[in-house]
Write a protein that binds this ligand. Structure first.
Ligand code: ZN
Length: 238
């Protein structure tokens, strides 16, 4: 069972992406920290900024609430609520305004029925199911592979299930990039931040987006690794 071993496919394919992902999350933390100490001149709080994004886009009926924790900010479409962390909700920092406007961007997406967001919501149950089933199917396939080609079928089914989680990561990317684009548009058009401050907000949002890119790279590299390992396995036997 060499799948769990540290073979070359892990070192060459997965490890660099895992390192990228670690760097991305360290970067988002340090960037957020840096710009959360820089207060905006116009003294608008995160919660106010989110409200401004909603009204600038003609969206109503969305609640904005504080939530505990650090970088726990999110938009919940089920209850149509934007939850902003303690360092964002009442803060007038450049980072707070960037993050709050990004979450409001998600609320605008929801109100406008932005297609990638709908696709993402629709595939969540399938991808959750798929990612839970992937490894058991592959392992079961390996057990059976010595006996019959039924094992190969199970392995490929498992890889296909893993592929579903990669699709989920890929669909998440346009949703995240688009929310930031909407955020930056309102920050600019409503004059929430000065030009100099906008650069900091953009850096914060770009750092956050990089964590999603890195997560996608990790998932893709893991899928590629499975294909290399089991594609090669199949060829040897034929
Ligand atoms: Zn987001």
């Amino acid at each position: 069972m060499y799948y769990y071993g540290l073979d070359w496919t892990y070192v060459v394919l997965v490890l660099p992406c895992l390192l990228l992902s670690l760097l991305a999350s360290a970067n988002v933390n340090s960037t957020f920290k840096k710009y959360s100490t820089q207060l905006s001149i116009r003294r608008i709080t995160g919660a106010d900024a989110a409200r401004r994004v909603l009204s600038a886009n003609g969206v109503s009926g969305v609640r904005i609430e504080p939530i505990r924790g650090n970088l726990t900010d999110h938009f919940d479409p089920r209850s149509n609520v934007i939850r902003l962390s303690e360092n964002v909700y009442g803060s007038t920092s450049i980072a707070a305004i960037g993050v709050a406007c990004h979450e409001a961007g998600h609320a605008v997406q929801y109100a406008r029925e932005y297609v990638p967001m709908k696709v993402r919501a629709a595939i969540i149950p399938v991808t959750n199911f798929g990612s839970r089933l992937a490894m058991p199917l592959i392992l079961l396939g390996l057990v059976f592979s010595t006996m019959s080609y039924f094992g190969d079928t199970l392995v490929y089914l498992g890889i296909a299930c893993f592929g579903l989680s990669v699709v989920f990561q890929l669909v998440t990317l346009p949703v995240e990039f688009n929310a930031s684009r909407r955020a930056v548009q309102t920050i600019d058009s409503a004059g929430l931040l000065t030009e100099e401050e906008q650069r900091g907000a953009k850096k914060t949002l770009r750092a956050a987006a990089m964590t999603y890119v890195a997560a996608t790279a990790v998932a893709l590299s893991q899928l590629l690794r499975l294909l290399v390992i089991f594609g090669g396995n199949r060829r040897r036997r034929d």
